[in-house]
Design a protein around this ligand. Structure first.
Ligand SMILES: C[S@@+](CC[C@H](N)C(=O)[O-])C[C@H]1O[C@@H](n2cnc3c(N)ncnc32)[C@H](O)[C@@H]1O
Length: 412
C-alpha cells in the first residue's frame, strides 16, 4: 500500500494515511480478516474491565451450576491418579466465572477428596486480558468480591489460543464450560450493506446465507476440537447467545430500544453526517452469529455425522429469553441529584459492558489510513453519545438476551 496519501482530518470522515498511522495499525488491519474481531481497548487491559461491568455474565455462568454439580457427583469420568481438569473456553478475564469455579472446586473436593489435584485452564485468544485473569485468580484486586478458594492442590493455567483449533491434549478435560463465546465466528464471511449484525431482517439472502454457512462450519469445528480434548464421560456445558422466534440478544421485544439496532442506527448517523464514510459503515461487521435451536442441534441429528461419530451426544438444549433488569425504574419522576448520579453510573456500566466486546468491531470497520488516535476518538464519540442517550431514557434500555443452555456428553 502506498504511504503517499492525503492526510486525514480527524472527524471529517475523510481518512488519509498520516505518519501516525503506524505499521502496527496496518498490521492490525491486515490481521483482521483472519481473526475474529474481539479485543478490549488497550487502556482497559489489566483493570478487570470486562468482569467489573458484565455482571450479567456471572449470572449466566451460575445458571450452569446445578447441572455441573450433578455431573461431578455422578462421576461419569473414570477416576484415576490424574488431575481433575476443568476448562473454560473463551473465558475473558475469568472474573465472571469465579463464583462458579469456586463452587466447582467444592463439588470436586466433595466427590474426590482434598488431595485430588485440580487444574483449571482458562482458554481465550492471545490478546485476551490475561493480566487481569491472573490477578483475579490470585485475589489481587482491591475491589474484588469473589475469590478462588485457597487450596494448594488447585493449579490455574491459561491457554492463549483459539477455540477453532485444538487447545489441549487429547482426552485431557474432565469438565468443559463456556459462556457467551461460541457465537463468535472464525471470520467475517462478507460485508453487510445495511447492518453491522447479521440477523436476517436487514440483510440480503446472500449475506444471510454466507453467515449461516460460516456459523454451521464453525460450530462443527468447535465441537470436533472439543470432543478430542474431553475425556470419555466428560460433559461440556455451555451458554451461548442464540436466536428464538426471530428474536436475538439485545434485540428482543422487552425494552423500547433494541440495543443492537440502536447502536447500528447511531453508527449510521455517523456515516450520514460525514463523521465516517459509508464504506466504513459497510465494513463494520460483527463476526458473530446467533444460531437457532435447529442450527445448534444440526451436527447431532444423524448418527453418521462427524460430531456424532466422534462420540459427542447432545443431552439437553434449551433456549430462553433472559432479562437482566438493570433499568432504574424511575418512571419520569423529577430526578434528585443522587438519582442522577446513580443513573449516570448505570448508564456507564451498561455501555461499558457493551464496549467490552464490541469496541474492536467499530475500530476495525474504520479505514486503515486513519491514525489509531483518530479511530479511537470516533469510537469514543460513539459510545459517549450512547451513554448520554441511555442516561436520558434509562428505563428504555436493558440487557435482554436470548440464550441457549447446552449439555453435551462425550460418550464412553
Ligand atoms: C463476551 S466475552 C465472554 C467472556 C466470558 N466467557 C463471560 O461470559 O463473561 C467472549 C469471549 O470469547 C472470546 N473468544 C471469541 N472468539 C474466540 C476464539 N476463537 N477462541 C477463543 N476465545 C474466543 C473473546 O476473546 C472473549 O473473551
Amino acid at each position: 500500500m502506498s504511504k503517499n496519501l492525503v492526510p486525514g482530518t480527524p472527524g471529517t470522515g475523510s481518512p488519509g494515511l498520516t505518519d501516525a498511522a503506524s505499521a502496527s495499525d496496518l498490521n492490525d488491519q491486515l490481521c483482521q480478516p483472519r481473526n475474529p474481531i474481539y479485543k478490549l481497548p488497550d487502556k482497559y487491559t489489566g483493570t478487570h474491565f470486562w468482569s467489573a461491568n458484565a455482571s450479567n455474565h456471572e449470572v449466566l455462568y451460575n445458571f450452569l451450576l446445578p447441572s455441573i454439580l450433578e455431573a461431578i457427583g455422578d462421576g461419569s469420568v473414570e477416576n484415576t491418579e490424574d488431575p481433575f481438569v476443568v476448562c473454560d473456553y473463551g473465558a475473558g478475564d475469568g472474573g465472571t466465572s469465579m463464583k462458579l469455579m469456586a463452587e466447582i472446586i467444592k463439588g470436586i473436593r466433595k466427590k474426590h477428596g482434598e488431595e485430588k489435584p485440580i487444574v483449571i485452564v482458562y482458554e481465550d485468544q492471545p490478546w485476551n486480558d490475561f493480566k487481569s485473569l491472573f490477578c483475579l485468580s490470585q485475589g489481587l484486586f482491591g475491589d474484588q468480591t469473589s475469590f478462588l478458594p485457597e487450596d494448594e492442590n488447585v493449579f490455574v493455567l491459561a491457554s492463549g489460543t483459539n477455540f477453532f483449533t485444538r487447545c489441549l491434549p487429547r482426552n485431557y478435560v474432565d469438565l468443559a464450560v463456556s459462556c457467551c463465546a461460541m457465537h463468535w465466528l472464525s471470520k467475517r464471511p462478507c460485508s453487510l450493506a445495511q447492518d453491522i449484525f447479521c440477523r436476517g431482517d436487514l440483510n440480503s439472502e446472500e449475506e444471510l446465507e454466507a453467515y449461516k454457512k460460516q456459523a454451521a462450519q464453525d460450530w462443527e469445528t468447535i465441537l470436533l476440537n472439543r470432543t478430542a480434548e474431553l475425556k470419555p464421560g466428560a460433559h461440556f456445558f455451555l451458554v451461548t447467545s442464540a436466536s428464538k422466534d426471530g428474536m436475538h440478544s439485545g434485540a428482543t421485544r422487552h425494552y423500547t430500544f433494541r440495543i443492537t439496532t440502536y447502536l447500528k442506527d447511531l453508527w449510521l448517523t455517523f456515516a450520514k453526517t460525514g463523521r465516517i464514510t459509508m464504506e466504513e459503515f459497510v465494513n463494520t461487521n460483527v463476526a458473530y452469529f446467533q444460531r437457532t435451536e435447529d442450527e445448534l442441534k444440526a451436527p447431532f441429528l444423524s448418527a453418521d455425522s462427524k460430531v456424532s461419530a466422534s462420540g459427542f451426544k447432545l443431552m439437553s438444549l434449551e433456549i430462553n429469553e433472559t432479562i437482566f433488569d438493570i433499568s432504574m425504574q424511575l418512571k419520569n419522576k423529577k430526578l434528585l441529584d443522587e438519582e442522577q448520579r446513580v443513573i449516570a453510573h448505570y448508564a456507564r456500566k451498561y455501555v461499558n459492558a457493551l464496549r467490552g466486546w464490541i469496541n474492536a468491531v467499530f475500530m476495525s470497520g474504520l479505514d486503515g489510513r486513519r491514525s489509531k488516535e483518530e479511530k479511537m476518538a470516533i469510537v469514543d464519540n460513539l459510545f459517549s453519545q450512547l451513554e448520554d442517550d441511555v442516561a436520558c431514557r434509562p428505563n428504555d434500555f436493558g440487557y435482554d438476551m436470548i440464550v441457549a443452555y447446552i449439555d453435551i456428553l462425550k460418550e464412553k
